[in-house]
Design a protein. Structure first.
Length: 325
């Protein structure tokens, strides 16, 4: 099973060894109630999926918000999205709660054994899904950038996310960028990409620059930009350009085969995309001028599929990375 554990919503589905997902079930994430309640809610969702399928649970892959020590399945650090999330043992807490779903007695005679649970960062799971069955399928290396409520990134090598010495590889959202000076990032520090490019940041900046106070969110700002509101268009363009400049820095260092961009803000339309690509192409050296920049194709299923791939790999049964069609 693949589980996408986000700050507002959790999604789960059984995923075949070839990457084909079954029906995706969702439930709200009770983020304000703390880790134990969150883990209880996710266990209830997984139980619902398993009960509906009638199949025993072998392994669970989880893509979770925050900086994750994938070796231990523990949250190393996180923003305030989930209350008291840092230090949470996601793998251990999940395994204990899901033991009744595993078929067959344990070697010690107990009626239930804990399933294998593996945990990674949610953007790493998203990237693994796109590398396995999505826009980066067949590429040996890729940079995935997800722009939505926050800004996340992941570097994929031979189909697997690069984790880094401090579990932070690919965290492009916390890279300092021009245009974000003085703007507070969700991590508490000023000047990061997320402070200017994430959805809530786009909305805050529009209002701070004198935009219509009746505007409720970033989606509305994007709509206003498309309808001719020049201030909204400026904010959307500058957000896209900030992402493009940050991507230019990463691809210059890593030289990936392809860049894949997804997330809710990535659906903002031509204005945002043209600003991103214009800034990117304007910053990189000539040899990178034709670097493919692709839209993510798996949508909300990407992290579920990628998390399940991690679980299949842990079982030693993952299928080869799919070839790009």
């Amino acid at each position: 099973m693949g589980v996408d554990l986000g700050g507002t919503k959790t999604a789960a589905a059984l995923v075949a060894a070839d990457g084909s997902p079954g029906p995706v079930h969702t439930a709200p994430t009770p983020a304000a109630s703390g880790p134990e309640v969150v883990l209880d809610a996710v266990a209830a969702l997984v139980t619902r999926v398993v009960t509906a399928s009638g199949a025993p649970l072998r392994a669970v892959g989880v893509g979770a918000a925050g900086v994750i020590d994938a070796g231990r399945g523990v949250v190393v650090s996180a923003t305030e999205t989930v209350r008291d999330w840092p230090g949470t043992d996601v793998a251990g807490g999940r395994a204990a709660r899901l033991a009744p779903l595993v078929a067959g007695p344990s070697a010690s005679g107990s009626s239930a054994v804990a399933p294998l649970v593996v945990v990674e960062n949610d953007v790493d799971a998203h990237a693994a899904g796109e590398a396995w069955r999505g826009a980066a399928a067949g590429a040996r290396s890729a940079l995935l950038v997800a722009v939505g409520t926050g800004v996340g990134g992941s570097v994929v090598l031979d189909g697997r996310p690069l984790l880094g010495a401090h579990h932070l590889a690919g965290e492009i959202g916390h890279a300092p960028v021009p245009g974000a000076e003085g703007l507070r990032c969700a991590c508490g520090r000023p000047g990061h990409l997320e402070a200017v490019a994430a959805g809530p940041a786009i909305h805050r900046r529009y209002l701070a620059l004198g935009g219509d106070p009746a505007s409720p969110d970033a989606r509305d700002v994007v709509a206003r930009a498309g309808a001719g509101d020049e201030l909204a268009a400026r904010v959307v363009r500058e957000a896209g350009a900030a992402v493009g400049r940050a991507v230019a820095g990463v691809v210059t260092v890593l030289d990936p085969e392809v860049v894949v961009v997804g997330g809710g803000v990535a659906s903002a339309g031509h204005l945002w995309w043209s600003a991103l690509e214009g800034a990117l192409r304007g910053e990189v050296v000539d040899v990178l001028a034709d670097l493919p920049v692709l839209r993510a194709v798996l949508g909300d299923d990407a992290a579920v599929v990628g998390a399940a791939r991690n679980a299949w790999s842990a079982l030693g049964a993952a299928a080869p990375t799919a070839e790009r069609e």
